[in-house]
Write a protein that binds this ligand. Sequence first.
Ligand code: GLU
Length: 418
Amino acid sequence: MAEEANPFESLQEQIDDAAAYLDVDADVIERLKHPERVLETNLTVELDDGSLGRFRAFRSQFNGDRGPYKGGIRYHPGVSRDEVKALSGWMAYKTAIVGIPYGGGKGGIVVDPKEHSEDELERLTRAFATELRPLIGEDRDIPAPDVNTGQREMNWIKDTYETLENTTAPGVITGKAIESGGSAGRVEATGRSTMLTAREAFDYLGRDVSDATVAVQGYGNAGWIAANLLEEQDATVVAVSDSSGAIYAEAGLDTQAVRDHKDETGSVVDFEGAEEEFSGEELLTLDVDLLVPAALENAIDEELAREVEADVIVEAANGPLTPDADEVLTERDVHVFPDILANAGGVTVSYFEWVQNRQRFYWDEERVNEELESVIVNAFEELVEAYESHDVPNFRTAAYVVAIGRVAQAFEESGVFP
Ligand code: GLU
């Protein structure tokens, strides 16, 4: 097996690929390849048995030229400084391509949350929030959920921040529970933008997503909602997977029933409506119309990319393809619609949540979904325009051409201080 790609190097390669098509100073491009600052900290937390646990944690503030840093916090044993730096950069370009007034940031704690009690996770989260307090704020840096974090963790961070600051500031964090200032539609937003991107992509290619067979890798929040909304569009979701394996049914899986099964048993495998089971890796090479990677980075490398049989890939995860895989798929005419557009629904509805928090005025789900649809459809049109007018090799490069152009313009308009 080839050595695992470093996601930060992948990000820098993606930026270089796009820079070749942009009239932006090399010095400015260099600035846009590195985070502005990275916090690295060791959190000491009392465990339930009275011993002390020590956890490494990071927050990378990549770029603030277009607004406050914005991006999630993940809990995973594989979190590293370079991974968080890469993810923060992808956030900066994601907010730029959908045109919301934020920069990019990302955080993470090296922890396997499955090995800890709820009390331990609460102490860990509050310890991280205390460390983050000087860096974050409604106009400074606004965290959100990511892999293995959700409303519960966001509420703890909000409460810690507000208690220490002696104020109410729900907009310091997004992805909160509804009664704590969350937005309708936020939980579904990443899966919804994945579905919308797939729908627009098929339409652009002269096809209809309702005729598509679909495989979804990862059945967490993004993957399962994407699968469910694609099923609602009449697509046939033939296969889904999680870290335990993949399940398949030629006539299509009942995505809600698979979700219920996973809630009960902890995984999608052994689902009674499945005809076949195989490894998660095999799912990635199924002969389907649409493949949705919705797990972690580097799911498809160069080797696997040669075996991909799907016509279209829509990335719900961040960074699921290595740059080498991208090259192979471009050569093989597999259309890849990139993460920074396809999964931007999460941060877009985070933006709506923050707007509602600042205004203390809340929208219903219908309005959230309508506004989200118009943001994603507009961004898709801008992507296609860049793809057609710049002679770029693929949609990812087109996306970076648009996004880097916007960040660079904001930087150049503001000038350099001091
Ligand atoms: N973690 C999500 C992402 O990667 C959402 C970030 C946010 O809502 O700020 O886009």
